[in-house]
Design a protein around this ligand. Sequence first.
Ligand SMILES: Cc1cc2nc3c(=O)[nH]c(=O)nc-3n(C[C@H](O)[C@H](O)[C@H](O)COP(=O)(O)O)c2cc1C
Length: 326
Amino acid sequence: MAALPYPSPNLLAPMEGVTDPLFRDLVLARNGAEHLGGATTEVVRVVDHGLAARILAAALGRAQAGDPPAPGDHGRPVGLQLMGADLGAMAATAAAAVEAGAPLVDINFGCPAKGALRGCAGASLLDEPRAVEALVRAVTDAVEDAVPVSAKIRAGGEDDQLLEDLCRATEAGGAALVTVHCRTRAEAYRDTADWQRLRRAVAAVTIPVCGNGGVEQHTDLARLLQETGCAYAMVGRAALADPWIFSGHRATNAESAAFLLEYAAGLTARGFPGAGGRGGSRVKQLLAHWRAGDGPHGLLGPDRRAWLRIPNEDELLDAIARAGSL
Ligand SMILES: Cc1cc2nc3c(=O)[nH]c(=O)nc-3n(C[C@H](O)[C@H](O)[C@H](O)COP(=O)(O)O)c2cc1C
């Protein structure tokens, strides 16, 4: 089994609509390898045929399949996440992922979106450990030990009774790592996060477990590892609130504003400008979480909604620059 590529235990979670190469670059640049060991692409959906290596290279932020790691990875591995249920299509795509240069292939068993559930992929498979094992096996066989395979599951579907079986299924299928989002599919993104489930996952398998769910501040990262025995800790939404969460650096308003402006400029350069365009909506999506900056509320201050009401992107970016005294 290929060794895991991460230089340190804290990882940025895959987040569709957010963790594109540009956003990953901004976060990786602000957290050294000793604080942030790696990241994952946005989920790539695989339906009924294998995807071409060039499509997967784009998700990895590389111009062409086989290119060296993107400079924006800052020397950190970025795993490629696939979601699908068709064994042949997933196997073919996993082989193409190796060709594209992915240092790790991750399989999504956690997405509760209706499309994933209808297509019997993502979190719909959480009721069927044997199907989980078969899918992991198809992918690990396809990559032929060239790169490690990980599986990202939730603690269960309707409840957490199958948690241990699900973890063991990923191990039996050949996964080198299982990431456990400690909420069930039914719990979706509920505020509470039960880390006891992470301890159960660690006890169930011999492969390393990455614990995910409910990390809210920098100190929670070490606490999660210590309290659960997990080898890795993965952060999702809290990294959208504060991209410096991995290092624990308290960003100033100027640093906070500079991140957002750099993100907006990068999106514009990629052709996503305009208040109604994807660039505008991606920055606004981030503002819905954003807390980085001075004081308890950060750059945005106590009235976050006022920022979300600004209709014009230029006005929004000017206001961000003013708040950061840039
Ligand atoms: C906007 C958003 C997009 C997400 N997209 C993905 C995805 O593409 N793949 C995946 O495995 N999980 C996805 N997730 C789930 C996160 O990776 C993570 O498991 C979840 O947010 C729990 O971690 P947290 O409590 O630290 O946020 C997404 C979550 C959010 C908030």
